[in-house]
Design a protein around this ligand. Structure first.
Ligand SMILES: C[S@@+](CC[C@H](N)C(=O)[O-])C[C@H]1O[C@@H](n2cnc3c(N)ncnc32)[C@H](O)[C@@H]1O
Length: 428
């Protein structure tokens, strides 16, 4: 998990695998990858026990990730009824859904529908009497729908002004459309209140919105990337006015400010740290890979081998370009490594001698492409473990906070649609 596929040849990753693993993997071909990842159990060969254990653990976590969420765990016979005016559907079942979602991609619509249902249930538990603060609200799609369909008062914090400007334009269009098509009345004041601010530890949430926030808070983050999740968790832990938390994390590797671990439990055990490549791996999606696997041409996977081989050339002829993004190249059966390199490095001012493409060294590397792909797949096996490990640390951090009563970690989104699908929920 601490190794980049990019360094496969340069760091000799294959030789670092336990011998029993590489012996077994050498017997496989690309069609065996779903089996290797535990997707089907037609036995191809006997896996070494350690690899078998890893596969079994990864498969178990994948099952947990795909388990449909039962919102009953949050409802009780004593809760007041929801104040929703319209139940938003990602399938755009009503004209109103169409008005609300123009320009919102299917993945985001899925997340919004699932989160709206969850937030509505959670808010009912608090008699719908919380102000919602949306951290890293982006273009405020979720907040807008929470305001319009559910009547919740939402306060948005977003670092990028262009996102908030886009949100205001979208809001105006939606309000006009609602009026034109004679839907229910929504007033401008009911739209989310917005603060353009890059949050740091120094910001006080109450100061950002002055006296506009009048009730206790539900802290919300839909894919609050990297360190923003750390800040939301700390805000929840330390602000007595924060009564409830609903947080989906993402991009664990995104910033140097990102902190792991957060729980005292792991902090006290210095063995538990994660490298940048492990944090990056936590953002991979095994379900999507397996879904796509059956649909896509296996040739497209060759890109991992080609890219690792290109890294060897970069190290030699353009070391300053190492680890940089190259141009996307669609890989087909016909495309040669040389053609790939020409397209991938186009316009990047990288000069590679022609003769190298004929060399035995490069040919040997290219002949090992299947190994690179198997190595890439092995890392995917580990990915869900790392993410769950981070999220369990966060949950433990919450459990360690004195006034926190309940914490939950639930898989809310379909992992094939939205791979960062776990939601942390807590209340005091
Ligand atoms: C992955 S996007 C999610 C946007 C939105 N919640 C959604 O799901 O569509 C994360 C957003 O958080 C914002 N962001 C990241 N760090 C932030 C910070 N420290 N303070 C405020 N906004 C931040 C980014 O600008 C970005 O719009």
């Amino acid at each position: 998990m601490d190794s980049y596929v990019l360094d496969f040849y340069l760091d000799g990753h294959w030789c670092k695998l336990p011998t029993k693993w590489s012996e077994c993997l050498n017997k496989l071909n690309l069609f065996d990858i779903p089996w290797l990842l535990g997707f089907n159990d037609q036995s191809k060969c006997v896996l070494p026990l350690t690899l078998l254990c890893l596969r079994s653990l990864s498969t178990t976590i994948r099952m947990i990730r795909s388990k449909p969420f039962n919102e009953q765990i949050f409802s009780s016979p004593y809760t007041k009824h929801s104040q929703e005016r319209h139940q938003f559907s990602e399938n755009l079942s009503t004209g109103l859904d169409h008005i609300l979602t123009r320009g919102i991609k299917a993945k985001k619509r899925h997340e919004i529908q699932q989160l709206c249902k969850l937030i509505s249930t959670v808010m009912n538990k608090f008699d719908n009497n919380l102000d919602i603060i949306d951290f890293g609200s982006g273009k405020c799609h979720l907040s807008r729908i929470l305001g319009i369909c559910y009547g919740f008062k939402v306060f948005c914090i977003e670092a990028k002004s262009e996102n908030l400007n886009g949100a205001i334009k979208r809001e105006n269009k939606v309000l006009k459309a609602l009026e034109k098509y004679k839907r229910f009345n929504v007033f401008e004041e009911e739209m989310p209140v917005k603060a353009n601010c890059f949050l740091t530890k120094e910001n006080r949430i109450d100061e950002l919105f002055g006296d506009k926030i009048t009730r206790p808070h539900l802290l919300l983050g839909l894919h609050a990337c990297g360190s923003l999740s750390n800040l939301v968790l700390e805000e929840f832990a330390t602000n007595p006015n924060s009564h409830c938390l609903v947080l989906a994390c993402c991009c664990y590797m995104n910033s140097e400010l990102f902190r792991f671990p957060m729980s005292q439990l792991l902090k006290e055990n210095t063995k538990f740290t994660l490298s940048i490549s492990a944090k990056e791996l936590a953002c991979h999606a095994i379900e999507k890979f397996l879904d796509d696997f059956s649909k896509k041409e296996l040739d497209s996977l060759k890109v991992h081998g080609y890219r690792a081989c290109l890294e060897v050339l970069l190290e030699r002829y353009a070391p300053e370009k190492r680890y940089q993004s190259m141009r996307n190249v669609k890989i087909t059966t016909e495309i040669t490594f040389k053609e790939y390199v020409t397209k991938a490095t186009k316009g990047l001012n990288i000069s590679i001698p022609e003769s190298i493409f004929e060399s035995n060294e490069i040919n040997d590397f290219i002949n090992q492409t299947d190994q690179v792909i198997l190595f890439y797949s092995l890392r995917l096996l580990i990915a869900p473990l790392i993410e769950l490990y981070i999220l369990m640390d966060y949950r433990h951090y919450l459990c360690e906070q004195n006034p926190v009563k309940n914490t939950y970690l639930i898989p809310l989104f379909s992992p094939s649609i939205s791979p960062r699908n776990f939601i942390l929920i807590a209340n005091k």
